[in-house]
Design a binder for this molecule. Structure first.
Ligand code: FA5
Length: 363
């Protein structure tokens, strides 16, 4: 690094010292590579206190004998101008190169292919759910919803499942832990069906009532080709004066034909649910083989899709409806099973894996 020498004379030694100083500022300036080094260079050479220019003022100009002062003064002024010019140029070089770097980083190559973002589509289960909702909304039904974490009262008791009744065992229930101290009717569980929304709707609405209740339900079922522990149901409830079993049949026949085409037949077989009397299991003629028998219908020609029945008069007692004046029907269907039929899917578990290769087929 350059140090200012004392001058031994003011002719040859001055010339040599000036040349060395100008060479030194040039060398140091060329070595500067960033803004910090540039600032250091400026301070070293131009700081008022002890900068190189201040030092030559003291060591060369002030120390010069009278006759040499004029000449040395001129040389010092030339040096000052040259040093300032060199440092100014260095500052511009550094500012320019950082702007260059910024431009390079921000440069866009418009010939590169863009990022393709694929459009999302509805999950097949939601598609079937929405189609079915559309069918019932056209028939004048409105949509009702209820909580997924439900009380024992709404999921069972008000639906005429007395405590400890064996019918509860048909729906393997997941209870929320640590509720032993609560009365049984207040204990919380994951709803096993959408039927509790029947009760919640009747509590809120005066008859006539026509509601459908879509939603997620949970059972402690082991997954297999037709069962999953989480699935969707759509519940239907119609209560009015003079509602008969014929209305139930006509409504479900119309809904199934809207989904699967007008050739589909429905079959009603006796069954049991505590909250409907009489109760039925409803099957449709297999939409794949037209009833001849194939793998999806297990060669029977029929596929069971839902449970239904006429609302049991006991249920009206829980919601303050008069069973002497009113009658109605209810049904509940599994949406995944319907989606399996609609899209010819032979394993219900496919709907839940989130495998894009499967889901993309419905795009
Ligand atoms: C019920 O859940 C009654 N709440 C239905 C009902 C409503 C009857 C109103 C009368 C009046 P069930 O347990 O059978 O019934 O279930 C109804 C449908 O849910 C079945 O037909 C089936 O399609 C579907 N389902 C049942 N368990 C599973 C499961 N683990 N995985 C997928 N779907 C299921």
């Amino acid at each position: 690094m350059y140090n200012v020498p004392k001058l031994e004379d003011y002719s040859a030694a001055l010339d040599k010292a000036v040349n060395e100083l100008l060479a030194a500022v040039e060398t140091e300036a060329q070595a500067v590579a960033d803004a910090k080094a540039c600032e250091e260079l400026r301070n070293r050479w131009m700081a008022r206190k002890n900068g190189v220019l201040t030092q030559i003022n003291d060591l060369w100009l002030k120390a010069a004998p009278g006759p040499n002062k004029r000449d040395v003064g001129q040389r010092v002024n030339q040096i000052r101008a040259k040093v300032e010019e060199t440092i100014e140029a260095t500052q511009q070089r550094i500012a320019g190169s950082s702007a260059d770097a910024r431009l390079k980083a921000e440069m866009i190559d418009i010939s590169l292919p863009g990022i393709r973002r694929s459009l999302g589509v509805k999950h097949p289960v939601l598609k079937v759910l929405d189609d079915l909702i559309g069918v019932f909304v056209k028939m004048g039904y409105s949509i009702a919803e209820g909580p997924e974490v439900e009380s024992d009262y709404y999921n069972f008791e008000a639906l005429n499942f007395p405590p400890n009744h064996p019918a509860r065992d048909t729906q393997d229930t997941l209870f929320i832990a640590n509720q032993e101290r609560r009365p049984q009717r207040d204990r919380l569980l994951l709803r096993t069906h959408t039927s509790p929304v029947q009760i919640r709707s009747m509590e809120k609405l005066k008859p006539p009532v026509r509601v459908i209740c879509p939603g997620k339900v949970h059972r402690n079922d082991t997954p297999d080709a037709t069962h999953y522990p989480v699935f969707h149901q759509i519940e239907g409830l119609c209560v009015d004066t003079n509602i008969t079993f014929a209305d139930l049949k006509g409504t479900l026949e119309h809904a199934m034909q809207s989904l699967f085409g007008s050739n589909v037949k429905t079959s009603f077989r006796p069954s049991f649910f505590p909250f409907t009397e009489p109760s039925v299991e409803v099957s449709i003629s297999c939409p794949f083989c037209g009833g001849k028998g194939c793998r999806p219908c297990k060669q029977s020609g029929w596929i069971e899709l839902l449970g239904a029945g006429m609302v049991d008069p006991n249920v009206y007692g829980f919601v303050g409806y008069d069973p002497a004046k009113l009658s109605g029907f209810a049904f509940g269907m599994g949406i995944e099973r319907l989606a399996m039929m609609s899209y010819n899917v032979d394993d219900i578990q496919q709907f839940f894996y989130g495998d894009m290769r499967f889901l993309e087929q419905f795009a």
